[in-house]
Design a binder for this molecule. Structure first.
Ligand SMILES: Cc1ncc(C[n+]2csc(CCOP(=O)(O)OP(=O)(O)O)c2C)c(N)n1
Ligand SMILES: [Mg+2]
Length: 470
């Protein structure tokens, strides 16, 4: 048996390898906690009690766990060891292939695949992708005209959001990053709801407290989008654990970008989901960029999917511009997560056609030719359209009238939302405490008194009920 020890004067402060008997190994497995004794010198009695407590806890956990420990060096079969010194070269591991069902010309590649959509369902999926792309253009321009503070488009990634959403069930809990408008729309968010959030008006469920595109919609189980990158992953793992504990046959669906996967929360969330067997699908949109950082500079391994194995999580890489493949892979991952009560990782490959947001000019760090080439090469909407046309389910006339009608609907909701007043001013103070503490009430009174005194300097008419809304 091989264990770590710090007991030799020649290896002071460093771990060294030596042979011990199994009995001996139990007493030497845990090196003396030097950090605890440093802590003791510094913090005296409290630290001694802490040290005593931690020793008891360690002894207790050793007793409980010793018969089932499986780490190297603990009661392992000799066949698990080797005299060959192998270094695993990541280059020698085959790259994960990308699953594709629909080619660039709109032909289905697998003759055994049965299309799971009726004409009506396929049309809804297609129209939702088109709706998002039209809404993106209108809202992007609205921001440029100063009518909106901020916006993010999902151009090129409509297949990912709509295709995956089509494979989910109403009870599933959804955690988005920010480029997944298609998920909301396909789950039944109305244009009015989306516009109300973008305008932070009185109909916005977040009462105007969030930046545009940080949607939330309890009716369709979409949790609030949160700006700090990757914070949705631990939330999704936790929600999945709750689903598991309550015996609900549903999943947490968690979307995130390739850049978000570099945050510590990614690793914590995948690890806790794997070890607690949580039914969560971690869905990575790999669109090649995290703002200005291309994926080659973001990581060295084989993308995001290869990380699944390290956590004991099954993983799939899929063509994100292929609506059928995205749908099929998501449906399969969902079923695995529910039936086997475990997480699944999906990496959908696509390209961020747009600037990162309205605050970004991507031509400062990538060429126009790169973007134009990609647009010419592939697009999830045109691929699906080609397939629909081959089925005789869609025509040029359908396309023209759908685009005309959708544009009209979006502009109508856009103008209506723009006219709705902002939420009552009191909502600066609500929804944090069940019963507001005295200090908050005092601040509210102070604000009311202040605004009353300086009425002329503030346009309170734009808030619902003006000063009386406070
Ligand atoms: C913790 C944190 N760090 C940095 C940011 C700034 N930020 C916002 S989006 C973004 C890039 C994210 O890229 P990716 O996850 O690939 O998503 P994409 O924008 O490509 O859809 C960064 C760095 C942030 N919001 N939160
Ligand atoms: Mg990205």
């Amino acid at each position: 048996m091989v264990s770590m020890s710090e007991d030799s004067p020649t290896t002071q402060g460093h771990a060294r390898l030596h042979k011990t008997s199994p009995a001996e190994s139990k007493s030497t497995q845990l090196a003396k906690p030097t950090s605890t004794s440093m802590f003791a010198q510094r913090y005296g009695g409290f630290a001694l009690r802490a040290r005593h407590f931690s020793k008891c806890a360690i002894r207790r956990s050793m007793l409980q766990a010793s018969h089932q420990a499986t780490n190297p060096g603990l009661e392992k079969d000799d066949r698990d060891f080797t005299g060959q010194l192998n270094v695993i070269d990541p280059e020698s591991i085959p790259k994960i292939k990308t699953y594709r069902l629909l080619d660039l010309e709109g032909n289905l590649l697998d003759p055994d695949y049965k299309v799971p959509f009726t004409r009506e369902e396929a049309t809804k999926i297609y129209r939702d992708m088109v709706t998002i792309s039209i809404m993106d253009q209108i809202m992007y321009d609205a921001q440029r005209q100063g009518r909106l503070s901020f916006y993010m488009v999902s151009a090129g990634e409509e297949g990912i959001s709509v295709g995956s959403a089509a494979a989910l069930k109403p009870d599933d809990q959804i955690f988005c990053q920010y480029r997944e408008q298609g998920v909301l729309l396909h789950r039944g968010a109305t244009l009015k709801e989306l516009m109300s959030q973008l305008y932070a008006n009185a109909d916005d469920p977040a009462r105007g407290r969030m930046m545009p595109v940080h949607y939330q919609n309890a009716r369709i189980n979409v949790h609030p989008i949160s700006s700090p990158l990757t914070s949705q992953l631990p939330h999704a793992a936790g929600a999945a654990y709750a689903l598991k504990m309550s015996g609900t046959p549903a999943i947490s669906m968690c979307y995130f970008g390739d850049g978000a996967a570099s945050e510590g929360d990614f690793h914590g969330a995948l690890n806790i989901a794997a070890t607690r067997n949580c039914p969560v699908v971690f869905f990575c949109r790999n669109n090649g960029y995290a703002i200005s950082t291309p994926t080659e500079e973001q990581f060295r391994g084989d993308g995001i999917a290869s990380r699944g194995a390290g956590y004991g999580i099954p993983a799939i890489r899929v063509d994100g511009n292929d609506l059928f493949a995205v749908h099929r892979v998501t449906a399969m991952a969902r079923e695995m997560a529910v039936k086997e009560q475990r997480p699944v990782l999906i990496e959908a490959m696509s390209y961020r056609v747009s600037h990162h947001s309205t605050s970004d000019d991507s031509f400062a760090y990538r060429s126009r030719t790169e973007v134009e080439n990609w647009k010419r090469h592939d697009n999830p909407i045109s691929r699906m359209r080609k397939w629909m046309e081959k089925q005789q389910w869609w025509s040029d006339e359908d396309e023209m009238s759908a685009r005309h009608e959708l544009r009209k609907d979006i502009l109508r909701e856009f103008s209506a939302a723009e006219k709705v007043k902002l939420p009552e001013i009191k909502h600066v103070f609500t929804d944090v405490w069940a019963a507001a503490p005295a200090i908050l009430k005092e601040q509210q009174e102070e604000l009311k008194e202040f605004l009353g005194r300086h009425k002329e300097e503030y346009n309170l008419d734009k808030y619902e009920n003006g000063i009386n809304g406070l």
